[in-house]
Design a protein around this ligand. Structure first.
Ligand SMILES: NC(=O)C1=CN([C@@H]2O[C@H](COP(=O)(O)OP(=O)(O)OC[C@H]3O[C@@H](n4cnc5c(N)ncnc54)[C@H](O)[C@@H]3O)[C@@H](O)[C@H]2O)C=CC1
Ligand SMILES: O=C(O)CCC(=O)C(=O)O
Length: 411
């Protein structure tokens, strides 16, 4: 089952729980707009290279569409569609006034020079600039992109529309980015985890952790959990996997990964077969990289008590069922990683108001949003006797459906 089929399946289950009208259900499912553009650039060696870029704008009932831009070789239309749909429910779960969108370019950023990445980003922006906007669709970073990518989009967009810092979030602080946005997705994951563990009479400090992905999201989770006394036993990224039964020295691993480009070769640990990562004995397993990594094949090997979905759609529906049968509690992506879009909203508000917040305020507000969303999801779980995933989907879908019906369909 691909990402779009999986996301649609969860949506339809939520729609059934909420007894949504079938016409409303259909209208919520079909994306508002799907954009596909060709992006050709001159490489540094003077040859041409062509890439395909996508932006799917899923729904705008609750406000401007919002979502990241991913640079990865596996970017393809169905996945972008699924990720855009997830953004719609995610923004509604965390209750920021946005709809959902997602974009991406099928490319391998590790194989492109910084100048090639800049050219590609600028060409992509030229192709979509009239379809995004401060009050229509606001991109942000995702896998393979970062604050620098957002700075190029801001600059290119501003050539057409005048200086527009609010056109992207997750940009450098020097260009109006929010303090705390860099860490926000990871910090939000840790706030979500804290709420879940507290519900089970546990705390961050007493648990052991295994994390897949050591990029923006994974590395912040590792640092924050480590700072709070948690034992991070194993981490993988695209270069390999490392393990230390006594706990990895996370600040040293961060330094190593920055210097060498990945976790492989870290001296303070043993090498681990990345395919065996999910079977490691731990309390909390955190996929923070690709989608669909937990599947019917490997879910049965999971030994963790909790799976926290920091990545988008890391667990396919077959794995979801296996984990439920094993009694593993899964905290779903549309809540667990919503700290990113929540602080993106704070960034956009600061840009629109022209007033910067202190980092303390950003983190305090993030904690408030994450805690409230957790309580709202639990209310849904209690009233519908369902899992955390279906509680989150039902919450998100019900809020979007209400906004859609209030706006009406009169042409
Ligand atoms: N950056 C953000 O604010 C948000 C990101 N997310 C999701 O979090 C996940 C990670 O995103 P970022 O950390 O931003 O991306 P990133 O590009 O900063 O890092 C991605 C990490 O995944 C690793 N990776 C790639 N292929 C792998 C593989 N086959 N096995 C193990 N590791 C692999 C990379 O080496 C890298 O460490 C994605 O699913 C993204 O959609 C969700 C919400 C917001
Ligand atoms: O910060 C944002 O606007 C969106 C982040 C994102 O792409 C995601 O939550 O998956």
């Amino acid at each position: 089952m691909n990402a779009l089929e999986a996301t649609t399946r969860y949506f339809k289950r939520a729609s059934k729980l909420l007894a949504l009208d079938s016409k409303v259900e259909r209208s919520l499912l079909i994306p508002f707009r799907e954009i596909k553009v060709e992006c050709t650039i001159l490489k540094d060696d003077g040859t041409l290279a062509s890439f395909v870029g996508f932006r799917v704008q899923h729904d705008n009932a609750r406000g401007p569409m919002k979502g990241g831009i991913r640079y990865h070789p596996e970017v393809e239309p169905d996945e972008v569609n699924a990720l855009a749909q997830l953004m719609t429910w995610k923004a509604a779960v965390t209750n920021v006034p946005y709809g959902g969108a997602k974009g991406g370019i099928g490319c391998s950023p590790r194989d492109l020079s910084i100048h090639e990445l800049e050219r590609l980003t600028r060409v992509f922006t030229q192709k979509i600039h009239d379809l995004i906007g401060v009050h229509t669709d606001v991109p942000a970073p995702d896998m393979g992109t970062n604050a620098q990518t957002m700075a190029w989009i801001l600059d290119e967009y501003s050539k057409f529309h005048g200086y527009s810092p609010a056109i992207v979030t997750g940009k450098p602080v020097d260009l109006g980015g929010s303090l705390g946005r860099d860490a926000a997705t990871g910090r939000g994951v840790v706030y979500a985890l804290k709420a879940l563990l507290a519900d089970h009479g546990k705390s961050i400090a007493k648990q052991s952790y295994v994390i897949q992905g050591f990029g923006n999201v994974g590395s912040w989770i590792a640092q924050l959990v480590h700072e709070q006394g948690g034992k991070v036993k194993a981490i993988s990224d695209v270069t390999g996997a490392v393990k230390n039964e006594a706990g990895l020295d996370i600040p040293a691993l961060v330094k190593h990964a920055m210097e060498t480009g990945g976790v492989q070769g870290f001296q303070g640990a043993d090498a681990l077969n990345p395919n065996e990562l999910f079977a490691e004995d731990c309390d909390v397993l955190i996929p923070a990289a690709l989608g669909g990594v937990l599947n019917g094949e490997n879910a049965k090997d999971v030994r963790a008590k909790f799976v926290i979905e920091a990545a988008n759609h890391p667990t396919d529906p077959q794995a979801d069922e296996i984990l439920a049968q094993k009694g593993v509690i899964v905290l779903p992506d549309i809540y667990a990683n919503s700290g990113g879009v929540t602080v993106s909203y704070f960034e956009w508000v600061q840009n629109v108001q022209g007033f910067m917040w202190e980092e303390d305020k950003v983190n305090r507000e993030l904690l408030r949003y994450m805690t409230k969303a957790y309580l709202n999801i639990k209310e849904m779980c209690n009233s519908h006797s369902c899992s955390l995933r279906m509680g989150a989907f039902s919450l998100g879908v019900s809020r979007v459906a209400r906004a859609t019906m209030l706006r009406g369909w009169e042409a």
